[in-house]
Design a protein around this ligand. Structure first.
Ligand SMILES: *[C@@H]1O[C@H](CO)[C@@H](O)[C@H](O)[C@H]1NC(C)=O
Ligand SMILES: *[C@@H]1O[C@H](CO)[C@@H](O)[C@H](O)[C@H]1NC(C)=O
Ligand SMILES: *[C@@H]1O[C@H](CO)[C@@H](O)[C@H](O)[C@H]1NC(C)=O
Length: 317
């Protein structure tokens, strides 16, 4: 048999389907495979059609009514198609997200909260970018207040702004801020928090922020980490459909699925360049980084929490 003429292959795999598929992807860039895979002895074989060029992989057992829909373009542009039902947090870092986007996000937020030194950065932002505009007051300034300056306190002294001291040191100011806001978010029926957070390459801060997602992201609360380089949030166990903004596809932006903290079993994706079929993701085994899009819709099914991250920088590699 000549491999070059082979167009369709039917595989029955029970062991390491991903590893087998990776070999096919490498050797036969344009092949289609029907993979008959069985999760356990209690399940029938499920046919999965895969094209190794990463396009139009179909996964035929999905049930859309249970799928969580994500519209990251709303977060990235600040233009929310439906209601502006979110809270905005500014953490203790410079703001490098485009100024217009920052303003949109801030002005349309239902709750605006500055976290400790975030208030200094917000004051800088106002004096740099909002000289001739009236920006809404922060409603809350929270933190252990070891970073906010006296000048900033004086600047935000209007009665609309409430100061909430969160002195305990066993959690970060970011985590404590969200904990403090939880009752208010519940009362106002807000299920989304957009967090503006740059960091100057500090791995510890990156990890601490991700830990906050693991502590507080829930069915009722989505927390988005947004900065100039990427947007990240946590996918909970279940099915997810992520609408990818066209401009991110066109410039070949990166995206990633990371099983932080523990192994994630049975991860299935479609719409990515490198997809997974009921595969495990785990540090020490496989982590899906430097992936990119093959479609404007990415579908992810997972049994464990996964950090989804998508690049936003204009000049992607
Ligand atoms: C795979 O298919 C694409 C488009 O269908 C084609 O442009 C490309 O040359 C093919 N690659 C190989 C190695 O056959
Ligand atoms: C999809 O899920 C919904 C809600 O759990 C259920 O009512 C429905 O019957 C399911 N549909 C299929 C085709 O499994
Ligand atoms: C943006 O946030 C991510 C976490 O979501 C972090 O890994 C990255 O370093 C941040 N980039 C900048 C420029 O701060």
């Amino acid at each position: 048999m000549k491999w070059a003429t082979l167009k369709l292959l039917i595989l029955q795999i029970t062991w390491k389907p991903v590893a087998v598929l990776q070999i096919f992807t490498r050797e036969f860039p344009n092949i289609s495979c029907i993979v008959l895979q069985r999760i356990s002895q209690y399940h029938n074989y499920t046919p999965i059609l895969m094209h190794t060029n990463g396009e139009s992989t179909t996964y035929n057992t999905r049930n859309d009514s249970e799928t969580c829909l994500w519209h990251p373009s709303e977060v990235i542009t600040g233009c929310h198609a439906t209601r502006n039902d979110y809270a905005c947090l500014v953490l203790n870092r410079n703001l490098h997200v485009p100024a217009q986007t920052v303003k949109e996000i801030w002005q349309k937020a239902q709750i605006r909260c500055l976290v400790d030194g975030g208030a200094n950065h917000w004051r800088n932002f106002l004096s740099k970018h909002c000289q001739n505009e009236i920006m809404k007051h922060p409603e809350y300034i929270t933190g252990d207040f070891d970073s906010i300056t006296e000048e900033t306190r004086n600047h935000f002294s209007a009665p609309e702004t409430k100061y909430q001291h969160t002195p305990l040191q066993d959690e970060t100011d970011f985590t404590k801020a969200i904990r403090f806001l939880l009752p208010e978010l519940g009362k106002r029926n807000i299920h989304k928090v957009i967090v503006l957070q740059e960091n100057s390459g500090r791995l510890d801060q990156i990890m601490a922020n991700i830990n906050t997602l693991f502590k507080l992201q829930s069915e009722r609360l989505n927390i988005y980490l947004l900065n100039s380089s990427c947007l990240s949030w946590l996918l909970l166990p279940g099915r997810h459909k992520i609408k990818i903004p066209r401009e991110l596809i066109d410039c070949g932006q990166w995206c990633a699925l990371m099983p932080i903290g523990s192994r994630a079993n049975m991860v299935t994706t479609t719409g990515l360049k490198w997809n997974l079929v009921r595969a495990p993701l785990e540090f020490g085994y496989m982590v899906s980084t430097s992936n990119t899009y093959a479609s404007d819709e990415v579908y992810v099914e997972t049994e464990s929490r996964l950090l989804w991250s998508m690049g936003l920088e204009k000049n992607a590699e």
